[in-house]
Ligand binder design. Structure first.
Ligand SMILES: Nc1ncnc2c1ncn2[C@@H]1O[C@H](COP(=O)(O)OP(=O)(O)OP(=O)(O)O)[C@@H](O)[C@H]1O
Ligand SMILES: [Mg+2]
Length: 232
């Protein structure tokens, strides 16, 4: 048995001190290399949970073990470092820099993290690796590498966001509704490519959606309302 890539214990979170508890999870673990589908209704707390795991939000109680550290005990700056070095996050609203070219958006993690820069050097360098991933996701680098990100369609921007998350072989990939702008054929192809890239680099994948039909692509499905003791 490999050790888990991620382990949550008694994790609690609310946005305000007196506000409702949005997350209350006794236990959840993701094995190294495992690909898990996290399903949940709109408003059930999926993006909030990914915010906690990626260290953007601070837990109010409990632990989030990742890469030998408990994120709940770390400063926000140290959590930012861990995320930059070891996590690839595809945000629900992409968080791309629209005025920059596609290339600069994809290469950003390799500029923030020497670990991710080094991982690219083993495969021909950041540009070669970024272009390889972009091509795998169905966007021809000859046409799109230098394009302004805001000139791409929403579905194309979603693929740029995925390439940015995958570059530099992060240990954990978190994907928040990354297929919402894709038609069903491109959606299935996109999921298979993200899974292939994760398998290629040995990354664990936590893929979030409310669309139950996507569950077939994954090793295991977890329903957030069943995991979360605070669910209505
Ligand atoms: N910044 C915030 N401040 C206060 N409450 C918030 C904030 N963000 C989310 N919430 C609340 O937390 C709950 C969970 O929201 P979250 O965005 O995690 O749901 P979700 O499962 O990702 O939904 P969706 O499928 O619509 O993306 C909701 O009740 C929401 O109103
Ligand atoms: Mg959400």
């Amino acid at each position: 048995m490999s050790s888990p890539a991620l382990r949550l214990c008694d994790l609690q979170f609310s946005y305000t001190r007196r506000g409702p508890r949005v997350i209350d999870i006794a236990h959840f673990a993701l094995d190294a290399g495992e690909k898990v589908f996290l399903k949940g209704a709109s408003g059930s707390g999926k993006s909030t949970l990914l915010g906690l795991i990626s260290g953007i939000l601070s837990a109010r109680a409990g632990s989030i073990e990742f890469a030998g550290e408990d994120l709940a005990q770390l400063s926000p700056a140290r959590r930012d470092d861990l995320r930059a070095s070891h996590m690839g996050v595809i945000f629900q609203l992409f968080n791309l820099l629209p005025y920059l070219p596609v290339a600069e958006n994809i290469l950003l993690p390799t500029q923030f993290s020497s670990a991710r820069h080094r991982a690219c050097l083993e495969h021909g360098g950041p540009t070669k690796e970024g272009q390889r991933i972009l091509a795998r996701l169905g966007l021809d680098p000859a046409l799109y590498w230098h394009a302004k990100t805001r000139d791409l369609s929403v579905g194309q921007q979603q693929r740029v966001a995925a390439a940015r998350a995958l570059i530099g072989r992060p240990k954990l990939v978190l994907a928040d509704e990354p297929t919402s702008a894709l038609d069903s054929d491109s959606r299935d192809a996109f999921i298979e490519l993200v899974k292939d890239e994760c398998a290629h680099s040995g990354a664990a994948l936590l893929f979030v959606s409310h669309d139950a039909s996507l569950a077939q692509h994954f090793d295991r499905t977890v329903i957030l309302q069943e995991l979360n003791r605070s669910a209505a």
